[in-house]
Design a protein around this ligand. Sequence first.
Ligand code: FAD
Length: 461
Amino acid sequence: MAEASYDIVILGGGSGGYACALRAAELGMRVALIEKDKVGGTCLHRGCIPTKALLHAAEVADHSRDSASVGVRTSFDGIDATAVQSYKDSVVDRLYKGLQSTIASRKIETIIGDGRLESPTSVRVGDDVYTAPQIVLATGSVPRSLPGLSIDGSRVITSDDALVLDRVPSSVIILGGGVIGVEFASVWRSFGADVTIVEMLPQLLPLEDEASAKVLQRAFRRRGIGYDLGARFESVSPSDDGVVVTLAGGKTLAAELLLVAVGRGPVSDGLGYEEAGVEMERGFVKVDPLCRTSVPSVSAVGDLINTPQLAHVGFGEGILVAERIAGLPVVPIDYDGVPRITYSDPEVASVGLTAAQAAERGIETVEVNYPLGGNGKSVILQTQGSAKVLAVKEPGGPGRVIGVHLVGSRVGELIAEAQLIYNWDAEPSDVAQLIHPHPTQSEIIGEAHLALAGKPLHFHA
Ligand SMILES: Cc1cc2nc3c(=O)[nH]c(=O)nc-3n(C[C@H](O)[C@H](O)[C@H](O)COP(=O)(O)OP(=O)(O)OC[C@H]3O[C@@H](n4cnc5c(N)ncnc54)[C@H](O)[C@@H]3O)c2cc1C
C-alpha cells in the first residue's frame, strides 16, 4: 500500500473536477485528480461534445436536403451512420488529447482508478491512499430511469447508448421532453427517423419560458416531430420490431427504440460519503452557497450537487472551490444568471427568469416578444423564432432586465450578450444605446431592447 499527500485531492475528472484541478494547480497547489474512466467525464465523452457533433451532422443533412431553396443543386443520399460516428469520435478524441495535455502541463497528477472517500482527508484507490487537507467530490451523474422501466441497451436505451448507435433508427419514442430528449429528437428527425416525444408536463423544455416552448413546439410540428404533452408513461413491452409503449389512459405508441431521457441522478452510492460524515439529500451531496459540505475539509461540485446540471456550472463551481481553498475572495454563483442552451433545430437559449418564475417571486414585469421574421439575417438564414425580453415593471418605465429568451437557428451564440445584460443589472434604455452590427442575428437583442425602451426600430407590435 502506498500513501501520497497533496494540497488537494479531487475525486472525479469531469467538468467540475478537472476545472477545479486546473485552477488549483494554477494557484500553486499540488493536485491529485482521481478518475475511474477518462478525464473530461460526461460532457466530453457522453454529453455536450458528442451530442453537438451529431447535431452539426444533422444540420448539414438538413442544409443538403434543403439547398435547392437557395438555388444550390445538391443531392442528399442519406446518412452514413458509421461515418457520422467516426466524425463524432474524431472531435471527442481531439478535445480529449488537448485536455490531457493541458492537465499534464499544469503538473496535475492524474490517477486512473475507482476512488472511495476513506476519511474527511483521504481517498482510497485500490491499495493506495491519497491524502490532502482538502478533498473535492466531483463524481457527477448518470442517466436515471423510472420505477419498473429497465434499460436493456438495445431497444430501451439511454443517451449513453444513443451516442454510439451504429444505425439510424426508423422510429424512436423519446421519454422526456427536456434538453437531452429534445436534442436527440432533432438529430434523429434530421437523419430521417419518425420521432415522438412523451412529456409528462404540459410543454417541451419544462424549465424554459412557456413562450419559447410554444415556438419550439410549432417548429417541431412543422418538422414532423410528434409529441404527447401531459402524458404519463405506464409501461413498455417488446414487439417483433421494437417496443410498444403504453401511456396512462391506454394510448399506445410503437417504435424501433425507446430513448429514456427522464433526467440524471448523482453518482454517490457506496463511495463513502455518508460514512465520512457528509450530509446528503436524495443522493446529492448537500452544500452551502460556496460548495462546502457539512464536513469542513470536503467540498463538492458539478452534477453531484443539486445545482443546474450543466458543464459550465461545473466549471464555475470548480473554479470557485479552488479559489476559496487558496484563500482568494469568492462570491456565491447566481444560478439564475447562468445561460442555458438547447442545441436543437431551432435552438432555445435563455438567461434569467421565465415569466412564470417572475410571477412566482411576485415580480411585476413588462415584456416584448420580437419575432425573428423582422430580422434580416434570420430571414437570410431561413430561420424562424423569437426573442423575448422581460424587465421589471417600474413606475417610470421598464427597470432591470431579468430574463432573455431566444429561439431560432444558432441563437445559442447570442446568449452571452444577454448574460452580460442580465448580470450587469442593465435596463432596456442602457442596452438601447448599443449599436448592433447589421445584418446579424445579434440585432434581435438590440431591437427587443429598443422596443422595450419605447423606441422600436423595425419592430411593430
Ligand atoms: C447527452 C448529454 C448532453 C449534454 N449536453 C450538455 C451541453 O450541451 N451543455 C452543458 O453545459 N451540459 C451538457 N450536459 C451536462 C454535462 O455533461 C454535465 O453537467 C457535466 O458533465 C457535469 O460535470 P461533472 O464533473 O459534475 O460530472 P461528470 O462529467 O459526470 O464527471 C464525473 C466523473 O467522475 C468519475 N467518477 C465517478 N465515480 C468515480 C469514482 N468512484 N472514482 C473515480 N472517478 C469517478 C466519472 O467517471 C466521471 O468522469 C449534457 C449531458 C448529457 C448526458
